[in-house]
Design a binder for this molecule. Structure first.
Ligand code: THU
Length: 131
């Protein structure tokens, strides 16, 4: 799967977002080594703190389906003018399983940039920190 195709899957997920409060849909697509893609969208809640982000939806789907050691890349898409950078909680959650993950961050006009989780989260706290 190309980067462009993974980003396209993240954009497709915008339609599934449940965002009655923020009206800010986010989509994510997490690619595994065997080609499996776990998608996610943000799902908001009337108790705002119970909202879950798109990236963490994808993470939970992957881990609960047995994929946690083979992540290759995640694409994140929003409809805004700015790139849809992952929030701190999502960075932390991703860091647990793939500190060097490739991250593709897209904005509403379809442009995307490539970075890495280690670049987005230098000196992160992860499983190794507890040893
Ligand atoms: N959101 C995500 O889905 N991912 C992020 O990394 C940043 C924020 C969602 C949460 C909420 O539904 C909306 O965007 C506005 O914060």
């Amino acid at each position: 799967m190309t980067d462009q195709q993974l980003v396209a899957k993240a954009f497709e997920m915008l339609e599934r977002s449940y965002v009655p409060y923020s009206c800010f849909p986010v989509g994510a697509a997490l690619l595994c080594a065997d080609g499996t893609v776990f998608t996610g969208c943000n799902v908001e809640n009337a108790a705002y703190g119970s909202t879950i982000c798109a990236e963490r939806t994808a993470v939970l789907k992957a881990v609960s389906e047995g994929h946690k050691d083979d992540w290759q890349a995640i694409a994140i898409a929003g409809r805004g003018e700015d790139y849809c950078w992952p929030c701190g909680s999502c960075r932390q959650m991703l860091y647990e399983f793939a500190p060097d993950l490739k991250v593709l961050v897209a904005r509403g006009n379809g442009d995307f940039v490539e970075t890495t989780l280690s670049e987005l989260m230098p000196h992160g706290f992860g499983p190794k920190s507890l040893k």
